[in-house]
Write a protein of this length. Sequence first.
Length: 233
Amino acid sequence: MPLLGVFASETMFERPDLIPTTLATALDQMQRRLPQSWSYLSRVDLSYILASTAAHNLKPYGKGCPSQELGELLKSECLDCSNYGLLTYYISRLLLSEEDRKPLSFVGWDGGAVGNHQMLFLSEHGKMPHLAIDPTLGIACIATFDEIASGKPIPPDAIAIIGAREQLSASRLAFVTALLRGQFRPSQLLYYFPTGEDYLTRYGNPFDWPTRPFPSCENDIPGIEALGQCISP
């Protein structure tokens, strides 16, 4: 997949009137590069992948922004994995009408092969998530949450690289390897918020998380000191 540089700057937020035209061009480019196994994805699905690509390219990885506000995320010099997920959510709302939007689940892992890290899952209304997106590392994957969490190996043609920051190359390789080998486990689940709205209202209080309340920063992905925000009680 290409690095869609047209979405790689903050100008997309300064001229939202240009987004529909730019999006159409970028989606056409993306569709031409998709393997056959991805051809059934709708343009709405691809819009979420595009939003993830835009978030990945917008800011370098680093300490991150403590705020959940879009304006503050855009001002931050660097972002962490929870910031990239939230930025993907905000960008997707710019790209899609309210009628076209789908539930975007926020999932945190802690331990095992991937360490402390967040990824997103896209769902159809009333159905299981069918597309996994990692805007921090620039990865998209045709897989359900159950498949990944249960340790089912994901085939290579179901994984696409949608970002390529050299800064995160070692971590990207480790994460793709974990998908290919089925190295995720249910016991590594840190939290699961079914929608972005749920995430925004509940993430700030770890005692209100749907799974275990106290994350740690141990066993992180090689090459990154800590992916995501580690909240102490």
